[in-house]
Structure formats: C-alpha cells, structure tokens
Design a protein around this ligand. Structure first.
Ligand SMILES: *Cc1c(COP(=O)(O)O)cnc(C)c1O
Length: 426
C-alpha cells in the first residue's frame, strides 16, 4: 500500500492481523488522533477515551505541556546511555524523589521492568541487610495480581493464560489471598526468609478490587514489625488516578506527598510507571530510601534507555501537570459522581450488579457468566455510541477516563454508558 493512500479501519486491522503477533485482542477501533479526553478513529469518528491506555494517559492525550517538553528535549539530546552523565537526569531525580518523598530513584522504562527492579532490590536487601541465607529469600504476592509480563512476573501470576507453557517458573514467591490480613500474618510468621510483600493498593487488571479500608495500613505495620519490605506496585493506581497522588495516600488528595493524613502508608519500595509520563513516552521508576536503594552498586542493574534525557524531561512535565491541574482532586470529585450515578442506575438494572472503585479507577460487574461475551458486546456497543472501554476479566468492564475530564463531559459519558447498558437489559 502506498503511504499516500488513506488507511481505512479495515485496512489497518488487516495489516495488524497479518504482520503482527496476535498477543492482543483489541476492540475493532483504529485511532489516529487524540486530544485531552478524546480520540478519533481513521474515519473521523470521535470517542471519549474511558481506558486512558490502562491509566497511562491520566493527563489527557497529547497534553501540550508534556509534548512541548518532549519536543524540546528531543531536539537537544535524546540518549547518552548511563555510561556518561547528562544534564537532565540529576535534575529529574531530585524532582521525583522530592515529589514522592523518597531518598532515591532508580529510573527504568516500562512497568514490568520497574517491578523486576524492585524484586531485585528486595532480594539483595534481604541477603545483605536482613541476613537471609543466600538463595532462600521469599517474596509474598497476592492472588489475582497483575505486575507485568516478564518470565519472573508471570511465574507468580495465577492467570493461566498468562502463565501456561512459559515455564519453568522463577522460584521464591509465596501467593496469598488479596485483602486478607490474616493470610499475610500467617505467611510472614511461617518463615524467617520473607524478604518482601509485593502488592497493588487496588487490583486494577483483576477487575478493580478495592481492599478493606485498613488493609494497607495493617499490612504495612505487619511488614514493619517483621522487617519485611512493603513494596507497592502503583503503576496503575498511582499519579492521581484514585483521587490521591498515590493509592497508598489513603484519603488524602493533597497535591504533594505528605505523611500526616490518616490511612497513609509509606511503602519501603514504590513502583511507578504508566502516567508518570502522561502516556507520551515509556517511563517507569522505583523509589526507596538509602538503606534499601544503596544495596545496588554499579553494574548490578541497568537499562540503556532508563533515565534518558527525554524521559526525564517528559516525566517532570507530566508530574507538573498533575499538580498544576489538581488532577487528584478532580479524580476524587468525578469518581464520586460516577459511582453514585451508576449506583442509582444499578438499583433498577438487571444487566449490571455492581459498581466499585476509587477516584476515576472504577469498574462495573455485568450480570452474566465470566466466560460470556456480554461485557465485550457492551464495549463494542459503547464504541458505536462514542465511548471506548474494555472488559478486564470476563464480565467486568473498567472505566478509567483521563483525569482532565470536566464534570459536564463526565455527565455526558454517564448518559452514554447508561443508555448503552439499557439496550442490554434482560
Ligand atoms: C500495567 C501494569 C504493569 C506493567 O506495566 P508495563 O508498562 O505494561 O510493563 C505492572 N503493574 C501494574 C499494576 C500495572 O497495571
């Protein structure tokens, strides 16, 4: 096909189908432009984006401040590798550590890499600081977790589709029920070799499971009492998504890190990705204080692109936007409206049984079996009606629009969602 010809949706889908590995099952929508809360397909149809690239685009599509920072840095210096210093990385490292209140950051590119990084730091800390015998360290993880797609990470997934025929698996992980403090207590007291507890403050991929109010504070206290590192994977929940800067911030929606609010949990290791760049560039980060981060010495971990000048410039701009535009406060306010309007509808609905979530990370549960096509069919219909969302697992649909949405736009979207659902009422 000539580059001058305009690609139709059918053309683009056929190309991906023929030449791309079939490792995703996208909705049949082909996008070529985005701005704020909107995206457009190649035929010019406009949609509300209610996925935000799995919460990477919290700041909205093509945010001008982030794009400008990216262009300016791309025209100046893009990559030095870490073989040399550059004039952006240190500035960014100071910025992000002060923003989140940690001594140090280790910069990476993708969420899965940052999770891997955290696991390596945790293990090394366990041997060198906690005194666990070599190769005996265990890290506790939760049922239903999603932490990425590498060989080690899928080793402790319980999504059979993500795991099957990718073995042999990495050893050293213990799986317990999510939101079950007794299970954590039991697992920690069962062994002297527990190095860390890796947890999502809200399980996003699993279907937006919000744990009990005091789960994270109790889990952190247990970890602290037993010299176990509390590792928070906030790749999806972080950066204002749940109505606070981090989901571990509890009920605080202040713009900056602060430990004074009740319910606040300070992770020993904090993992960030996705919206740390506003979706403009792959940027991830692992944050920790010196006694933990300093176990890593030259040559023991790294990445050619991690901490490159474009990533540094983009991440600073993206985090500025979160503060300047009060995205945590907006997510909190709009999230309450979203859940209360959906809950009102659900009272009279046969097709939806439940709405849950925090801030603008929400999901509805469809009244059908987990292997049914209903949630998928609803998402196809939502797209026809101008709103893009995707099922997570089976019969659960996640709703996570960009956090720059206005109340008027949100109410428009709620109407689209409810009207679409009504067509599926039993
Ligand atoms: C998306 C996600 C990851 C993996 O991030 P990638 O950039 O896709 O590697 C890890 N943890 C959580 C909680 C996520 O939502």
């Amino acid at each position: 096909m000539s580059v001058l010809e305009k690609l139709t949706s059918a053309d683009a889908i056929a190309l991906e189908d023929q030449y791309g590995a079939h490792n995703y099952h996208p909705l049949p929508v082909v996008l070529n432009r985005g701005e704020g809360v909107y995206v457009w397909d190649v035929e010019g149809k406009k949609y509300y984006d209610f996925l935000s690239a799995y919460s990477a685009v919290n700041q909205g599509h093509c945010h001008p401040k982030i794009v400008s920072a990216m262009i300016a840095q791309a025209q100046t210096l893009t990559l030095t590798s870490r073989a040399f210093y550059n004039d952006k990385l240190g500035v960014y490292e100071e910025y992000i550590t002060k923003y989140f209140g940690f001594d140090k950051v280790l910069p990476m590119n993708t969420g899965a890499e940052a999770v891997e990084t955290a696991l390596k730091i945790c293990r090394k800390w366990a041997y060198e600081k906690k005194g666990i015998p070599e190769n005996e360290a265990q890290i506790i993880v939760c049922e239903g977790n999603f932490h990425g797609r590498t060989t080690t990470i899928i080793s402790f997934s319980n999504d059979e589709n993500a795991r099957k025929n990718f073995g042999p698996y990495t050893a050293g992980f213990i799986k317990i029920a999510y939101d079950d403090i007794e299970a954590l207590e039991k697992a920690i007291s069962a062994s002297k070799n527990i190095a860390g507890f890796l947890v999502e403050p809200i399980q996003g991929e699993a279907g937006v499971y919000v744990p009990s109010e005091d789960y994270l504070t109790k889990a952190k206290a247990l970890c602290e009492a037993n010299n176990v590192l509390f590792i928070a994977d906030e790749v999806q929940t972080g950066i204002a998504r749940t109505g606070s800067l981090l989901a571990v911030c509890g009920n605080c929606s202040c713009e900056n890190h602060c430990e004074k609010q009740s319910g606040y949990v300070t992770p020993d290791i904090l993992i960030l990705g996705k919206a740390i760049s506003g979706g403009a560039y792959p940027v991830s980060a692992v944050l920790a204080n010196d006694p933990i981060m300093n176990v890593i010495k030259p040559g023991q971990h790294g990445s050619t692109f991690g901490g490159n000048p474009v990533a540094a410039a983009v991440a600073m701009a993206a985090l500025d936007v979160v503060t300047d535009e009060h995205l945590a406060q907006n997510a909190r306010k709009l999230g309450q409206i979203f859940r209360s309007e959906l809950a009102k509808y659900i009272e009279t609905s046969n097709i939806v049984t439940l709405v849950r979530g925090k801030g603008l990370l929400n999901a509805i549960v469809i009244n059908d079996t987990e292997d049914s096509e209903t949630a998928w069919n609803i998402c196809v219909k939502l797209a026809e009606n101008g709103l893009l969302a995707k099922p997570t697992h089976g019969n659960i649909i996640r709703f996570a629009p960009p956090l720059v949405m206005t109340e008027e736009q949100l109410r428009d979207c709620i109407a689209i969602i409810i009207n679409t659902l009504k067509a599926f009422e039993l």
